[in-house]
Design a protein around this ligand. Structure first.
Ligand code: ZN
Length: 298
């Protein structure tokens, strides 16, 4: 059966639940024990994070003792992904930050992020933290995880309408959005250029100032609600990666500006009506006739 990212997340969550880590940062011992793996630290070649192999009835995970501890922890969890998911290792093909890595390698990274940032421990802290890179840095330090993995999980967990974007060589590669932005269909298209004039473009250009206010439609595709986003950006020049955090200042997604005709409403509840308008405003141009039917209450 082919694995996809969603299936890997579910498998990782099950693995985490069963190992039941309770400390922050997470102790890797229960993970290693559950996988039947033994950890070794060796002086590997620079740039080689680690590998795993099977022998004498168990797995051995070898990590590069020369790398910093945060990186070693990620490597251990990535190798646990290979062990638990049974995915072959191909570390020579592309460096870890490349967009062209084999799928199995990307899936092991997804697995690793779940292990390092267990939802049960991470989400309560992420939800209450004020929006900004300061909060992400703080959480990354506490969980001993990378800024990128932490930022991605932070945006997904946040109660504020916010998004975390990873760009490489000036093009969007990946975006993680909070529930509120997903509900508002705030879509950031992969492979678009980082918008000119954004804090992200300026950070990539070497500017110090990494904060900006920017029209939401410059980041969101087909966005008709207007509004101004706050943007914080950080450029990692060694990999030409840019990290972007976007959020609405008043912590609310602007309502749709366009008035929507009242087609078929039969309830007088103003709150339900507003929800309907949001749906219809987004759907009315797609050629489908679903708005002629009676809207279901949410
Ligand atoms: Zn790997």
């Amino acid at each position: 059966m082919a694995l996809d990212e969603f299936a890997v997340v579910l498998k990782a969550q099950k693995f985490v639940r069963e190992a039941d880590p309770t400390t922050i940062p997470v102790s890797l011992a229960p993970y290693l024990q559950k996988a039947g793996a033994e950890l070794r630290q060796d002086d590997l070649d620079p740039g080689e994070p680690g590998f795993s192999f099977q022998g004498a009835g168990k797995y051995f995970i070898c990590v590069n003792a020369r790398e910093r501890e945060e990186r070693q922890r990620f490597t251990v969890c990535h190798e646990l992904g290979h062990v638990v998911l049974g995915l072959p290792s191909n570390h020579k093909a592309e460096p870890w930050w490349s967009a062209k890595r084999p799928l199995a390698e990307i899936l092991c990274d997804v697995f690793a992020a779940e292990l390092l940032l267990p939802r049960r421990l991470f989400e309560p802290l992420a939800t209450e933290a004020p929006v900004g890179f300061a909060a992400i840095d703080n959480l990354a330090a506490r969980f001993m995880a990378s800024t990128t993995a932490t930022g991605s999980r932070y945006a997904a967990a946040s109660s504020t309408p916010c998004a975390f974007v990873l760009s490489q060589a000036g093009q969007v590669r990946y975006a993680s959005r909070s529930r509120a932005l997903q509900d508002a269909s705030a879509w950031i298209t992969p492979r678009i250029d980082v918008p000119a004039g954004s804090a992200s473009a300026r950070a990539r250009g070497g500017a110090d100032a990494s904060r900006a206010e920017i029209d939401a439609e410059l980041w969101f595709s087909n966005w008709e609600r207007g509004g101004v986003l706050l943007e914080e950006a950080r450029h990692l020049s060694q990999w030409d990666q840019t990290l972007t955090l976007l959020w609405f200042e008043n912590e609310e997604v602007p309502p749709l500006k366009r008035p929507v005709r009242r087609w078929d409403r039969d309830d007088g509840d103003s709150r339900d009506s507003r929800d309907d308008e949001d749906d219809m405003g987004l759907k009315e141009l797609d050629g489908n006739l679903r708005w002629l039917g009676k809207k279901r209450r949410r």
